[in-house]
Design a protein around this ligand. Structure first.
Ligand SMILES: [Fe+2]
Length: 264
């Protein structure tokens, strides 16, 4: 099957990018299933139920999570439901609402997708979380009875060293490991030695000339003199779409992984 993993959908421009670009890619590449990073959808912070429903209507089948996922409390019942295809990081403590992995059924295939949080720079570094590597070990053990046809792991983190390590740690054990959180795509998409597809960071969907989607003017003072400023999302074009297309029918390997970028 052709699985498209779409990078962080950042604010309203990100949603509109998906609206404009996704249909043509799905058609041109014969995409079977679409999973997208949804932690920055609503004004850059988490996702509201309205935006979740809107993106589902645009053709997204699964939604991964990150450090902003818990921002809107209204999404918690949806995060808690095994039937709703949206996850929060699986290595959050068990008292945090939501589920860290879910199953999607598409084209007679059962797809397991998992969200994991890596180490995050800044204030999120202090938040409690379990080890992502031992967490995924437990999930893969638990999922054996379900016998998924495809397993996709999202790794949302800051350190390139950690993003590379988890790719090799899961090589030959899952179909694909896709990193994000940077909002900047890396040029290392490849099939690892034991067959798993991997990329350190898939990039984002939203504006191009900004700091990860936030206006340059609102962010620059922090880098000049540490002045604390409010994030103001940029909306001006050009916009960017970033994703990877993974071809796999196997829970422990993939045939190919290809980066897709559109700037318009
Ligand atoms: Fe993030």
């Amino acid at each position: 099957m052709k699985l498209l993993y779409v990078g962080d959908i950042m604010g309203e421009p990100g949603i509109e990018v998906v609206e404009q670009v996704l249909p043509e890619i799905v058609k041109a590449e014969s995409v079977d299933i679409v999973i997208a990073q949804a932690e920055n959808v609503s004004q850059g912070r988490g996702i509201t139920t309205a935006d979740y429903e809107r993106l589902k209507r645009l053709g997204i089948d699964g939604f991964s999570g990150g450090n902003w996922t818990m921002h809107h409390k209204e999404i918690y019942p949806i995060l808690n439901s095994p039937q709703e295809p949206i996850t929060r990081p699986a290595n959050y403590p068990s008292n945090v609402p939501g589920l860290g992995y879910k199953y999607i059924h598409k084209n007679d295939l059962k797809i397991l997708f998992v969200s994991l949080l890596g180490n995050i720079v800044g204030k999120d570094a202090e938040k409690p979380k379990d080890n992502p590597l031992t967490t995924i070990d437990k999930i893969l053990q638990e999922s054996k009875t379900e016998a998924p046809d495809v397993i996709v792991v999202n790794f949302h983190g800051d350190f390139s060293s950690e993003k590379v390590i988890i790719g090799h740690y899961l090589d030959g054990r899952v179909s694909a490991v896709v990193g994000d959180h940077w909002h900047v795509p890396t040029a290392d998409a490849r099939i690892l030695p034991k067959g798993t597809a991997h990329i350190s960071d898939v990039g984002m969907c939203g504006v191009l000339n900004a700091s990860l989607g936030v206006s340059l003017d609102s962010v620059l003072p922090r880098w000049i003199n540490n002045m604390q400023t409010r994030n103001i999302l940029e909306v001006a074009k050009p916009w960017q779409f970033n994703a990877v297309l993974i071809d796999t029918d196997n829970p422990t390997s993939a045939r190919s992984i290809k980066q897709i970028q559109k700037i318009f």
